[in-house]
Design a protein around this ligand. Structure first.
Ligand code: GRF
Length: 201
């Protein structure tokens, strides 16, 4: 069994896709042992609670400085002892130590085909605004491992999505989620879980 922790900051539709995948069996050999948010108001926390998954908020706002927040965040992760950490719309700069401790065990979903429209500042609607401004005909999403850089880690899976005439950033964002993010993030976790099982046999 691959024990995963999902880190979220917002609405949590990607988290929902993972919860549903585990429930329906498209994500095999996987247990969500916890959900952590930096944002107490994140609807993702409600989604976790509704699914009976332990949900935690560790917010920088509740700590004197970054160092203390980082320590508390790492302690929460350590307590959950995940095999894999999934960043699903997690808008926090990760503590350096976390990347060291969980090397090759943190994955992220990014709403473009990396290396396009990625790196510092490329999150949320901005990614889709820039894709439309550049006039690309195809965009998509990428699941990748997390390293010290921003969106620079090894690519695990990508899926292309068509850009259509008249798309607004919001419309394109939704299509990328529906056709790519909610498909490849569960799929990548399923693949990692199956190679995890094989490794143990
Ligand atoms: C998604 O677009 C994801 O690619 C990005 O943040 C967004 C999160 O959405 N990293 P949600 O919270 O999963 O609905």
């Amino acid at each position: 069994m691959l024990n995963i922790v999902v880190c979220v900051s917002g609405g949590g539709t990607n988290l929902q896709a993972i919860i549903d995948g585990v429930k329906e069996g498209s994500i095999r050999n996987t247990k969500i042992v916890g959900v952590i948010s930096n944002n107490a108001g994140a609807y993702a926390l409600t989604r976790a609670e509704d699914a009976g998954i332990p949900a935690y908020c560790v917010s920088p706002k509740n700590f004197e400085n970054r160092e203390r927040f980082n320590r508390a965040f790492l302690a929460q992760l350590e307590a959950l002892a995940p095999d894999l950490i999934v960043l699903a719309g997690f808008l926090v700069i990760l503590p350096e130590k976390m990347i060291e401790v969980y090397r090759n065990r943190i994955i992220n979903i990014h709403p473009s085909l990396i290396p396009s429209f990625c790196g510092t500042g490329y999150y949320g609607l901005k990614v889709h605004e820039e894709a439309l401004a550049r006039g690309v005909k195809v965009t998509g999403a990428t699941v990748h491992y997390v390293d010290e850089g921003t969106d620079t880690g090894r690519i695990i899976m990508q899926k292309a999505v068509e850009v259509l005439d008249g798309d607004t950033p919001q419309v394109l964002q939704r299509r990328v989620m529906e056709q790519a993010e909610w498909v490849i993030l569960p799929k990548a976790i399923d693949e990692i879980a199956s190679s995890w099982e094989e490794r143990k046999e």
